[in-house]
Ligand binder design. Structure first.
Ligand SMILES: *Cc1c(COP(=O)(O)O)cnc(C)c1O
Length: 228
């Protein structure tokens, strides 16, 4: 196992190389460290190495770590499935939510966002493969949800997120990311959208080639997860 420092530097280098290779400005690509199942001490260690944005999937686990790390100015992103009875805690304790896929959820997030905080940044999760996975809005319903989101006062629609199904080859993988990028372009008349949240440890480069602005990387930074 490489040290956390080595792993983080390696991922940063991968982003740097992919950006160069695909003609992307490096400053347009942000690394979100996905810290699910990692203890608060590990997040604190990554923060000390300069990583400021962390993504969490499970609310209760995230809240415990947020309490333990309240002294650090961490930017918290919620990236997991959202049940409607969990929206208040998400609205109060995160800067970004990547996994919004229905109007009921984003309406509650807007209602429950404390007014002293800046608007909650929202990515709509799109089901680009339109199959088995139940998470994500369909491509057909995306525009309607995007329009409705821009009309809510305390959230700010930033862009789109997807978790494509495991591709059998790189062409298929790239096509899925290209679909998400195209969908973002098609929404450009609705709002100024600047975020494509796509790419994880194993498909980061392909996502960057297709325009990712946030890559969500867990195991390449923290090592393989044991308990999921
Ligand atoms: C776990 C997770 C990641 C990170 O996956 P790795 O393969 O460990 O990089 C990214 N996005 C979401 C939504 C996740 O749940």
């Amino acid at each position: 196992m490489p040290s956390l420092n080595d792993a983080l530097i390696h991922v940063q280098q991968q982003i740097h190389i992919a950006a160069k290779k695909h003609g992307r400005p490096e400053e347009d690509i942000h690394l979100l460290a996905v810290s699910k199942t990692q203890p608060a001490e590990t997040i604190a260690a990554a923060f000390a190495l300069g990583q400021t944005a962390f993504g969490e999937n499970y609310l209760q686990e995230a809240r415990e770590k947020q309490e333990a790390l309240a002294h650090l100015p961490i930017e918290w992103h919620f990236i997991g499935p959202i049940q409607s009875n969990k929206t208040r805690d998400i609205a109060e304790h995160f800067s970004w939510v990547h996994s919004v896929d229905r109007l009921k959820i984003v309406t509650r997030l807007s209602q429950q966002r404390p007014v002293h905080l800046p608007p909650l940044n929202i990515c709509l999760q799109v089901n680009i493969d339109d199959e088995t996975s139940k998470s994500g809005v369909s491509l057909e319903e995306l525009e309607q949800l995007a329009i409705a989101t821009t009309q809510l006062p305390n959230v700010k629609l930033r862009g789109l997120m997807a978790i494509p199904k495991k591709a059998t080859d790189i062409t298929q993988q790239r096509a899925a990311f290209a679909t998400l990028a195209r969908s973002l372009k098609q929404l450009s008349s609705i709002a100024l959208l600047d975020t494509l949240s796509m790419g994880m440890s194993n498909d980061m480069e392909t996502a960057i080639a297709e325009g990712a602005t946030i890559v969500r990387v867990g195991s390449a930074i923290f090592g393989a997860r044991k308990n999921q």
